[in-house]
Each structure stands twice: as structure tokens, then as C-alpha cells.
Design a protein around this ligand. Structure first.
Ligand SMILES: Nc1ncnc2c1ncn2[C@@H]1O[C@H](COP(=O)(O)OP(=O)(O)OP(=O)(O)O)[C@@H](O)[C@H]1O
Ligand SMILES: [Mg+2]
Length: 405
């Protein structure tokens, strides 16, 4: 019992420390989840917070290979929704409780073996819940449950102090949705599995950053979202329409009007001026923006008649932003847009990008190696080995001009 007490004290201390260190609510919750996963040797876990209207509970942080991205469950629905409704803990295993799961929970793919849910609650109210699974030893004990409950209570007190402001709007519209998206490439005699059943919703007007190591599948994910590469299996929906196997016409129409893309290497036409580079895109799309207007937005109107070779890297990337925005797309996809630029220029380009998409109400998805850039996102997604390994909502995204790297 003595040993157990010291385990609890150490874990509780780490939880308090994580909460104390975190400036933002969502960061604190994600860090607490890491503390608990490490303390109990769990490869999987999630933290859920109740919405202000108390109608649904949303995954605010996750660890491991479950697909809980953007998942909201009505209070009372499934095991998670039940915990959030009743405030009761649950110690179970997948085999025994699988049938109590909601369809969404089942699809999220909780790991085999022991699973645990504890509420985040004060004596007065329920604020959310914590879920752990994928434990080395397979099962949790009643003692584990009680320790987690107490940690949940510590988190609840902190959350109540801060106020639960970490949730995005309840009625965000989904623009692009991947369901169990698989992308394989034939390589030599074998098959390379690049995306492994990735499920992801991209919302209207959000700024999403995708982080991950080299070769993890970030660019492939972006290309799939932009209909630049077809899926091997799974489903892609764009604005609610099935694009898993689009016709040529649908594809052309989508690429021409709905998405703007920005690459690390700018990809401007070398023999066309800045104006002309933007103009050909705005003319191809039916209802494009005036090239002058687009160039003004990125602060390059006075360079409109320059060829790319007469522009700096940062200026060329700003022309690429003007070109992407000129078709008034629903979504801009940017793959390492600042990787070729020095620090100051990279920040400048991000500032323009952040400003332009906010003004135009466009969704922005940026793939990057640079975790500092994640601080300006509304939502961050980590890709690891072809799967989404984590998600975090930034309650208070920074301005690009505030970044330091
Ligand atoms: N057309 C292709 N044919 C075969 N393999 C490919 C193809 N495109 C990508 N891959 C492989 O898929 C894996 C993921 O590639 P991807 O470009 O998505 O990674 P990434 O996360 O963007 O990496 P980086 O950060 O280096 O850009 C890599 O192993 C890559 O070699
Ligand atoms: Mg890449």
C-alpha cells in the first residue's frame, strides 16, 4: 500500500506540474494524458471535454493509433458519452464492452485488452473524461482506476479555474473528409503502405497543420485531400460528395475551382510575370479574383510586372499565395511552404498566408516539419508511420509574427 501511495503521489505531482506549466488548456490536457499514459504504460489514451451547451463531448487530445480526430459524441452516446453523462468510472475490456460502443467509437478502433474511463469532475459538475487503453500488461486494476479518478479530479479543479474555452464551434462544417483512407504504392516487387486507414475531417475556415517525420506520409495525405493522387481504398468526401473514384470532369472541376496548392519550390512559370502567373489561374477558374487584387493582398502589387527570376524567394512564394487565392478556393493546401526560406522570410510568408486565408475565409492545410508553426494553427495533427498519432486543438492560436524558431 505504501508503494502504491508513492506511485499516486508521483503521478499526481506530475499532473499538477503539467497543468501548471501549460499556458493553454488544450496543451495542459494533452500533457496530462502523456503523464497518465506513461505512468500506466499505455500506448493509447484520450481526453474528452464537454461542450459548453453540454450536448456533446469531444476528443481534445489523443495518443496512440485510435482515430478520434474531430470526433464528437452526443452526451449519453457510446461508452465515452455515457461517462460524460453519468460521471461514473468504467473499467472494462474491449471484448466485454465492444457492443456498448457507438458506431463512431467502434470505428475509432480502441485497442484490445483492458480499457478505462474516468470522469473529469468536481463535486459540482462533470467537465469531461479521460480514457486509457493499450496497456503493456493488458489489464487495469481497481487501484489503477482509483488513482486515475483522483487525477481526473485534480484536472477538473484546474479546468474549472481556467474555464473550458478550448472547444471549436459546435457547428463547424466539414469540407473534406477521409474515412479509412489507404494509399499503397507498388515498389519493386513489394507494396509500400503509405497511408494506413486514415480518418480525418477538415473543417471550413480552419487552419490545420500536419506535422510528422520525413517519410511519415504527410505529403501523401495532402495530395489525397487535394485529389492529386487517388486512394487505394477508403473514402474521400468533398463538401459531402463522394470523391473516392471521381470522374475526369469532377477532378478537373475540383482542382480548377476548389483547391489552391502551394509548394516548397514555388512552382511559378519562369517566363511569365507575377501578374501573368496569377492571371492564368484566375482566368481558368470561372469566378477568379482580379490578379491585381490578389497581388495587393500579398503586398506585391508594385512588383506585378517582374519575372520570378527578379523576385526573392519570399516574394516568389507570396506570388504563389496570390495565385492560390486568386481562384477563390474552398481550401488551400501548402506543402512545406517555408522550408526553402530563411527564418525572417519564412515568418513573413506565414504572416501573409495566415492573413490572406482569414480575410478570404478559406480553409488552410499546411504540412511542415517545423513544430513551431503548429502554434499558429487552429488544430494540429501528427502523422506517424502512415497513421494519425495525435491531435490537438489550439484554443488560442498565435499570430505568425509572434513565432520564434
Ligand atoms: N509516387 C510514389 N511512389 C512510391 N513511393 C512513394 C511515392 N510517393 C511517396 N512514396 C513513399 O511514401 C512514403 C511517404 O512519403 P511522403 O512524401 O508522403 O512523406 P512525407 O511525410 O511528406 O516526408 P517528407 O517530410 O520527407 O516530405 C515515403 O516512404 C515515400 O518514399
Ligand atoms: Mg513531404
Amino acid at each position: 500500500m505504501k508503494e502504491l501511495d508513492s506511485f499516486y503521489v508521483r503521478t499526481a505531482w506530475k499532473i499538477m506540474d503539467a497543468l501548471h506549466q501549460a499556458q493553454q488548456t488544450a496543451d495542459g490536457l494533452a500533457d496530462c494524458l502523456n503523464v497518465l499514459c506513461e505512468a500506466f504504460s499505455c500506448e493509447q489514451g484520450s481526453v474528452w471535454v464537454l461542450s459548453r451547451n453540454r450536448e456533446y463531448v469531444q476528443a481534445i487530445a489523443q495518443r496512440g493509433q485510435t482515430n478520434l480526430n474531430g470526433l464528437r459524441l452526443a452526451v449519453g452516446m457510446g461508452v465515452t458519452g455515457q461517462t460524460a453523462a453519468t460521471g461514473d468510472s468504467l473499467l472494462t475490456d474491449l471484448a466485454a464492452w465492444g457492443k456498448q460502443f457507438s458506431v463512431e467509437e467502434r470505428e475509432a478502433g480502441f485497442p484490445e485488452g483492458g480499457l478505462l474511463w474516468v470522469p473529469i469532475k468536481t463535486p459540482g459538475s462533470i467537465l469531461g473524461c479521460i480514457q486509457l487503453g493499450g496497456r503493456d500488461s493488458g489489464v487495469f486494476s481497481e487501484e489503477d482506476l482509483r488513482i486515475c479518478e483522483r487525477c481526473g479530479a485534480i484536472i477538473a479543479l484546474d479546468l474549472e479555474d481556467r474555464g473550458v474555452d478550448a472547444l471549436p464551434d459546435a457547428d463547424q462544417r466539414v469540407i473534406a473528409s477521409l474515412k479509412k483512407a489507404v494509399k499503397d504504392y507498388a515498389v519493386g516487387d513489394g507494396i509500400l503502405h503509405v497511408l494506413k486507414e486514415v480518418s480525418l475531417d477538415v473543417y471550413e475556415n480552419e487552419f490545420l497543420v500536419i506535422l510528422g517525420e520525413s517519410g511519415s506520409g504527410k505529403s501523401t495525405l495532402l495530395n489525397v485531400l487535394g485529389c492529386m493522387t487517388p486512394l487505394t481504398s477508403g473514402r474521400l468526401e468533398l463538401d459531402g460528395r463522394d470523391f473516392s473514384a471521381p470522374s475526369e470532369n469532377e477532378l478537373t472541376d475540383y482542382r480548377r475551382n476548389a483547391v489552391g496548392v502551394i509548394f516548397q519550390a514555388y512552382n511559378l512559370m519562369p517566363n511569365l510575370t507575377a501578374w501573368e502567373n496569377v492571371q492564368i489561374i484566375s482566368e481558368i477558374s470561372g469566378d477568379g479574383m482580379d490578379p491585381g487584387e490578389a497581388l495587393k493582398m500579398v503586398g506585391l502589387y508594385d512588383r506585378a510586372d517582374h519575372l520570378p527570376s527578379a523576385l526573392s524567394g519570399g516574394q516568389q512564394q507570396r506570388v504563389a499565395i496570390a495565385r492560390a487565392i486568386a481562384k477563390k478556393p474552398r481550401m488551400i493546401l501548402a506543402d512545406e511552404p517555408t522550408a526553402a526560406l530563411d527564418y525572417e522570410t519564412g515568418k513573413e510568408v506565414l504572416t501573409v498566408l495566415q492573413d490572406v486565408v482569414k480575410r478570404c475565409g478559406t480553409t488552410l492545410v499546411v504540412v511542415t516539419h517545423n513544430s513551431e508553426i503548429a502554434k499558429i494553427a487552429d488544430r494540429v495533427i501528427w502523422v506517424k508511420d502512415g497513421k494519425i498519432s495525435g491531435i490537438r486543438i489550439n484554443p488560442a492560436p498565435k499570430q505568425a509574427s509572434e513565432l520564434v524558431w
